[in-house]
Write a protein that binds this ligand. Structure first.
Ligand SMILES: *[C@@H]1O[C@H](CO)[C@@H](O)[C@H](O)[C@H]1NC(C)=O
Ligand SMILES: *[C@@H]1O[C@H](CO)[C@@H](O)[C@H](O)[C@H]1NC(C)=O
Ligand SMILES: *[C@@H]1O[C@H](CO)[C@@H](O)[C@H](O)[C@H]1NC(C)=O
Ligand SMILES: *[C@@H]1O[C@H](CO)[C@@H](O)[C@H](O)[C@H]1NC(C)=O
Ligand SMILES: *[C@@H]1O[C@H](CO)[C@@H](O)[C@H](O)[C@H]1NC(C)=O
Ligand SMILES: *[C@@H]1O[C@H](CO)[C@@H](O)[C@H](O)[C@H]1NC(C)=O
Length: 916
């Protein structure tokens, strides 16, 4: 029993003062009217509901200590509990003709010539979709509409039409863009048990993210509290269509709902987050998983006791035996609702034993868990998941990993394994951790690791909708569902798929554009060879590869079919006339030969798990120190043979350029090395021990030593200027002997750096790294010959210094890369986070796949070759590594790497051929 609860009981029984007394007084004063009212009510209403109420109830009741209205209020609660219990779950209905959120002024819409992906695994070729009153009314061939009706007809010309996506793990609205400290409302701290807080009370319906995320085809989200607290509070399901009322309640999926069972949602968390935040940072309980379980069970024990008191009260009220107020406690209300089965519980957990603990608690206290979120290790424990009372959905990441211990042992095949084990699977963003706008890309990635495309699509549509208890209204394109619909520019699981148009409740969200007939934007799906590369070719240093589709060695694209011969680790022939005497040859069947990618901008080699400092070199603090001898070199801290480097290597990254980790303006000097080397001492492992001087400016790097951005820029000016003639790294950078890489995102800060180069450091080879808003000064970057390493390549306006981020179609024509490229600025694509390294080819390829075709971009189209240059030759040129990277090393994809089902099959390095 909580403190509040016991106080109340005390007042009730032992105090002559206070509210109970006042209630008694008021009862006496209003005795006559109360009696009258009570009799009528008892006869007309109460007796209907509690038909076995004894006749003597009124007079008997009035001798007790509560008023009639208090009694009635309690009875109403008992009734609500019963009614809710009876309603049960919602089921879909073809006859549904009422969408409580429909917009009365919206005209009906007929989508002609669609290929429908229904979100439940079905594909319907060449059908029409008719939408009226916010409901999907018909999905069939050749729908004819009543000529008298005003219907808007849109010919979708063979494009795929699908339900809007459902992101069941988002912090949109409570952790908004830009991320002002004043508007982050996701974790109510410092109390680890807050079941009583509600997202609705902090959801900003004007969050800039809402429209951007909707532009990715996401139409509904479950906005959850954060994961700092063991019990985080109540979540709410919103549709991403802001209303003219600017009301967040009007954005609720269940707004205006009168027919369906209303669901509530709750968030809990286990594992490292509560431990770190309470134990390590705040020195509070819980500091261990043990404490976490205790606190949770203790709270559930209180809720269980309260629920039983309530049930007793309701039972007694039926028999006229109550003499106290209906027992309630605001702090426990939502937990009691959970125990009553009215709340869908969503729990953030990663490790197997964390998941197991929560299932144990659910059996002990008799509640169900709707979904485990993140749950990167869930694929290892299908048997434990089956111990639960219901089918628990695993709402996981596609391939996000490696930042903590609990995410370190995960594998990207997990979604496929879960699917094969029959575990309901959802994919989600954790926005803004991942940008929810790109949820479809997350699903697409799982197809690369073997999840069937329709299952990947289900995991972002009907599966999360079902787990949210809303699977009868959203997440499927079927008759009777809400008209939340996306028209895709290409197959949704293809790289760079984006909506042409998005409808919510039948209302279009974006400007109407002419829809061109579907082109085959996705490279024809190649039948990948069933035969595998013979084992005996593993480690071979002399061999022949035949019948490649494309070769992109040396920065030029050669179309196949062509052959390639490697002798003793060196490429000795490429083309159609290579003759080999080798026994070891393999037919690539159109595979693509590409140079190894060069990864820049990450901390690969310096840290394994960001949240486990023991696994890294450490972070240099921000201190003003002009002594060139104290400049840090990454080469002194590199560790090889790590899982992060292995993942990068398996993503085709054969070399990386890594700068030290630092909070300082001067970061230090980067090193270039091979991702597959075992030690820097091996010949060829270290490509360069001093690649470039790295600096960083902006809000993020303000410190006691550099409290302003202006002081940061001035420091760079002084440091390089003063060392112009000296023989140290500052001098080398000032004279342009090594590049100076400066991380900056804001257009004006970048403008200051352009001015710095032009006025003070004309010889310095300044490079902008980051560069979210660099496109706004593209022509000046070109004039000053300053390249840009975009990182991340697909930006978000998460910070104030990046608010002008170009978020891409359908909201903007292209992205920063497209504008920079059009202006002739040399572009490279960086790795914003170690764990994203294996996606580098897709990050770069996205730019080619999404290059705008409008007249505005005629001379700026990014080709596939360009996109590969962004992660190979352009990086080498920008960082001055043209000769350091071994031209004999290459990677082979089974098909076009921009086709997400192609896989990296071979890597050839100086150690020989590696079969993947
Ligand atoms: C609820 O229904 C009323 C009456 O039809 C309508 O005016 C209002 O816009 C609806 N609210 C929402 C959120 O759809
Ligand atoms: C468990 O909870 C459900 C409601 O969610 C209820 O119907 C059932 O009776 C409970 N079982 C026990 C043993 O309390
Ligand atoms: C879980 O899902 C399976 C397969 O869909 C179904 O057969 C089973 O009844 C479900 N179990 C529960 C408890 O809902
Ligand atoms: C790459 O270019 C170099 C020099 O331009 C040339 O010698 C070599 O044959 C080329 N290699 C391939 C695979 O095209
Ligand atoms: C390959 O290199 C080894 C030594 O590195 C040498 O002994 C051998 O003759 C070379 N073979 C060919 C075919 O060039
Ligand atoms: C995109 O380009 C088209 C055609 O060039 C133009 O009409 C449209 O206004 C542009 N849109 C944006 C958001 O800049």
């Amino acid at each position: 029993m909580s403190a509040k609860q016991s106080n109340f009981v005390q007042r009730n029984h032992y105090t002559s003062e206070g509210s109970i007394k006042r209630v008694e007084r008021s009862i006496r004063q209003n005795l006559h009217s109360a009696l009258l009212l009570f009799s009528i009510a008892a006869l007309l209403t109460v007796s209907l509901v509690y038909s076995f109420l004894p006749d003597t109830l009124p007079s008997k009741q009035l001798h007790n200590a509560i008023s009639f209205s208090t009694l009635e209020a309690g009875r109403a609660k008992c009734e609500a509990i019963q009614t809710r219990q009876k309603k049960g779950v919602n089921s879909p209905s073809k006859d549904r003709s009422y969408n409580p959120r429909a917009e009365p002024t919206q005209e009906p819409i007929l989508l002609k010539n669609a290929v429908v992906w229904d979100g439940q695994g079905q594909v319907l070729e060449d059908v029409d979709v008719y939408i009226e009153n916010g409901i999907i009314r018909q999905v069939e061939k050749d729908i004819q509409v009543d000529g008298n009706k005003r219907v808007k007809v849109i010919d979708v010309a063979g494009h795929i039409v699908s339900p809007g996506l459902v992101d069941m793990h988002s912090h949109i609205g409570v952790d908004g863009w830009p991320r002002y400290t004043s508007s982050i409302d996701a974790n109510e701290m410092p109390n680890p048990i807050t079941p009583y807080v509600r997202i609705l009370d902090g959801f900003n319906p004007s969050d800039k993210a809402i429209r951007i995320v909707a532009s990715g085809g996401i139409t509904s989200v479950l906005a959850l509290p954060g994961s700092a607290n063991v019990i985080g509070g109540e979540a709410y399901a919103f549709k991403l269509r802001p209303r003219s009322t600017v009301s967040n309640e009007d954005m609720l999926v269940q707004a205006n709902n009168t027919e369906d069972t209303e669901w509530r949602w709750m968030k809990m968390a286990c594992g490292e987050n509560p431990k770190r935040i309470y134990g390590s940072l705040l020195h509070m309980q819980p500091s261990t998983r043990l404490g976490m379980a205790y606190m949770l069970r203790k709270e559930l024990t209180k809720a269980q006791a309260l629920m039983r008191q309530q049930d007793d009260w309701c039972h007694n009220a039926q028999h006229g035996r109550v003499d106290a107020v209906f027992p309630e406690d605001m702090d426990l209300e939502s937990l009691v609702a959970l125990l009553r089965g009215q709340v869908l519980l969503n729990i953030h957990c990663y490790e197997t034993y964390d998941i197991e603990a929560l299932i144990r608690h659910s059996l002990e206290f008799n509640f169900t868990i709707s979904a485990f979120h993140h749950a990167l290790d869930a694929y290892r424990i299908p048997e434990i998941l089956r111990r639960a009372m219901n089918n628990i959905t695993i709402a996981t990441f596609a391939d996000n990993w490696g930042y903590t211990k609990e995410t370190y042992q995960s594998i990207p095949e997990a979604p496929r394994i879960l699917y094969e084990a029959g575990i309901p699977l959802a994919l989600k963003s954790d926005h803004p951790v991942l940008n929810s706008q790109r949820l479809m890309f997350e699903a697409a990635k799982t197809t690369h690791y073997g999840l069937p495309p329709q299952e990947a699509f289900r995991a972002v549509t009907s599966a999360p909708a079902d787990a949210m208890g809303l699977g009868h209204r959203i997440g499927s394109l079927k008759v009777g569902y809400d008209a939340d619909i996306v028209i895709w520019d290409r197959e949704p699981v293809a790289l760079a798929a984006v909506p042409l148009q998005v409808f919510v409740d039948g209302v279009p969200l974006f400007d109407e554009r002419p829809i061109k007939p579907v082109e085959n934007t996705r490279p024809a799906i190649k039948k990948h060879s069933v035969q595998t590369v013979p084992k005996r070719m593993d480690r071979a240093r002399s061999f022949m590869l035949k019948n490649a589709g494309i070769s992109f060695l040396n920065g030029t694209l050669v179309k196949g079919p062509l052959d390639l011969i490697v002798e003793n680790g060196s490429i000795t022939c490429t083309g159609s006339r290579c003759v080999s005497t080798h026994v070891l040859e393999y037919d690539l069947q159109g595979g693509y030969i590409l140079p190894g990618f060069v990864g820049v901008g990450s901390s690969l080699g310096l840290i394994e798990m960001t949240f486990e400092p023991m696994t890294g070199d450490g972070n240099a603090p921000a201190v003003r120190n002009d002594n060139p001898k104290d400049l840090i070199r990454a080469v002194d801290g590199i560790k090889l043979g790590t899982q992060q480097l292995e993942a990068a290597y398996n993503g085709g990254i054969l070399s990386v350029i890594t700068a030290p980790m630092s909070k300082n303006i001067v970061i230090g000097v980067s090193a270039a090395f091979k991702t597959h080397a075992e030690s820097l001492l091996y010949k060829g492992a270290l490509l360069s021990k001093a690649v470039a001087l790295h600096m960083q400016i902006g809000h993020e790097f303000k410190s006691d030593s550099f409290p302003t951005v202006s002081s940061q820029i001035n420091y760079i000016r002084q440091l390089l200027g003063d060392n112009m003639a000296n023989d140290n790294y500052y001098g080398q950078a000032a004279r342009g002997e090594i590049p100076t890489i400066i991380t900056a995102h804001n257009k004006d800060e970048i403008a200051s750096l352009i001015a710095l180069k032009q006025q003070d450091l004309p010889k310095a080879r300044i490079v902008i790294h980051g560069g979210t808003e660099s496109y706004l000064v593209a022509q000046f970057l070109k004039e000053a010959d300053i390249p840009v390493v975009l990182s991340p390549v697909l930006c978000t306006p998460i910070n104030f210094d990046s608010v002008h981020c170009l978020t891409g179609a359908p909201l903007t024509n292209g992205t920063a890369a497209h504008v920079l490229h059009k202006h002739g600025v040399k572009v490279a694509v960086g790795i914003p986070d170690n764990s994203y390294s294996r996606n580098l080819i897709w990050d770069a390829g996205w730019l080619a796949a999404s290059s705008p075709s409008s007249a505005e971009f005629d001379d700026g189209v990014i080709s596939q070759e360009d996109s590969i240059r962004f992660i190979t030759t352009n990086v080498q040129e920008i960082y001055g590594l043209e000769t350091a990277v071994d031209p004999n090393e290459f990677v082979v994809y089974s098909g076009n790497p921009l086709d997400m089902t192609s896989r990296l099959m071979l890597i050839s390095t100086n150690e020989g051929l590696h079969l993947l």
